[in-house]
Design a binder for this molecule. Sequence first.
Ligand SMILES: Nc1ncnc2c1ncn2[C@@H]1O[C@H](COP(=O)(O)OP(=O)(O)OP(=O)(O)O)[C@@H](O)[C@H]1O
Ligand SMILES: O=c1[nH]c(=O)c2[nH+]cn([C@@H]3O[C@H](COP(=O)(O)O)[C@@H](O)[C@H]3O)c2[nH]1
Ligand SMILES: NC(=O)CC[C@H](N)C(=O)O
Ligand SMILES: [Mg+2]
Length: 510
Amino acid sequence: MQHDKVLILDFGSQYTQLIARRVRELNIYSEIHPFNKIPQNLNDYKAVILSGSPMSVRSAEAFHPDLKGIRGEKPLLAVCYGAQYLAHFSGGEVAESNTREYGRANLSFIQDDLFFENITVGSQVWMSHSDTIKTLPTNGKLLASTHDVQNAAYKIEGEETFAIQFHPEVYHSTDGKQLLENFLVKIAKVTPDWTPNAFVEETVEELQAKLGNDKVVLGLSGGVDSSVAAMLLHKAIGKNLYCIFVNNGLLRKNEFTDVLEQYKGMGLNVKGVDASARFLDALAGKSDPEDKRKAIGRVFIEVFDDEANQLKDVKWLAQGTIYPDVIESVSATGGPSATIKSHHNVGGLPDFMKLKIVEPLRALFKDEVRRVGASMDMDATLLGRHPFPGPGLAIRILGDITAEKVRILQEVDAVFINGLRDWGLYDKVWQAGAILLPVNSVGVMGDERTYEKCVALRAVESTDGMTADWVNLPYEFLQKTSNDIINKVKGVNRVVYDISSKPPATIEWE
Ligand SMILES: Nc1ncnc2c1ncn2[C@@H]1O[C@H](COP(=O)(O)OP(=O)(O)OP(=O)(O)O)[C@@H](O)[C@H]1O
Ligand SMILES: O=c1[nH]c(=O)c2[nH+]cn([C@@H]3O[C@H](COP(=O)(O)O)[C@@H](O)[C@H]3O)c2[nH]1
Ligand SMILES: NC(=O)CC[C@H](N)C(=O)O
Ligand SMILES: [Mg+2]
């Protein structure tokens, strides 16, 4: 079954991914494409949305999308930069604003129009701009204002073109979802039928058609993405799916056995491969974060290659890649952005592997992956797991890695994570873990001087890992956890709590 699709043209706004996610919350499928790489086949899309941008339309370098086949021919919604663009270059005027507007505002005037159906004066909207639309474009008709912004929304008469200065995609615009629904469902007549169940059914059919009787290997990590990908493939090709779960010696305490046990109940064909020694060997003497990441990436590939060679006629490698991974690697290859960290699974396969890649979750966000998993009746604890990085504890042990350091950190991490569960805090936190610092400090235990390791605890809230803030955990919890760690874990005499946000810090320390 074909679904109506929405095209989002990205001008580099921080919020573009949020537009896609909000549209998908309406059970409508959407895709983001850079404004200068508009897909050839526009017939595939029923409506188009233009994103915001850090760029100003008044700049000599202003971004100019080619809207041929879009403007006047399809329902078009322009957000912020998009709205300024349609004004400035079509007979209106944009100027620098004398009051820069960031954050909360309220609609003080709303024109009676299908676009604003079920939204009333006073509705809170979120602004983030320093330019302002002084004059509407030719045939522009004012639809809404705020106290400071006269032209907060307009439409172009004779077209299905709508433009708004505020951001409907951020949760602080309280009627943002309603507005998107008005535009997409009522005006553009998009059918909202893109549900998790429909996704499962269609993906299984597509996988069957694509893979036929071929054999597929998949790296299973115990994490959400690879587990949901495995279930989809299992539904599609059953015994032809071979899952490999690698113990890289850098997993959480008991994770290798626990996760293998958990998968047994799901009917998956999983092989646990204990390669701890290989990973630790490859890491010996390495203390630079990028050197460590690269060594781990290399050994993962070697282990996979060995395993794939033991099976006959494997043609495909399946991966749990999700949409933010795809978008990040697009900007990483096409844009001027710096490489902050080399993620172990990005960068493709070396030529000698000769496997084709299949990625059934490529189009989904994490919360959607969880919903797809739930619609296949997967275990809620598994689906609720915090993300855990493939290089594991290696990037949480600053400096060089030894078996003893891994042991210490596994113990500390277990006290912290079990504590979060016991206190009912686990599900309130997006990701948590402990970091072993290359720092010894002096302490006193039972009248004896100690000179031992310091650990940092990190707990963050986030939606997608791109930005994050530290979590305000209860002092009583921190107090108890710190006591438990120092009392139970030999070799640690000091605990600190990381209170940095991302940016400017990152979630992991390496
Ligand atoms: N220990 C492992 N054994 C086998 N494959 C692994 C292992 N760790 C990571 N991978 C592979 O690397 C991919 C990327 O890891 P990543 O942590 O981003 O995703 P995940 O573990 O599936 O989900 P989550 O983000 O919830 O942790 C996984 O989908 C999996 O295919
Ligand atoms: O599979 C992974 N392979 C990696 O190499 C890797 N590095 C970081 N992470 C996870 O990505 C999210 C963002 O992390 P940072 O803020 O540290 O970049 C956080 O959730 C990190 O745990 C990784 N996941
Ligand atoms: N968020 C936006 O799209 C901002 C557009 C433009 N850069 C401005 O500051 O007004
Ligand atoms: Mg993981």
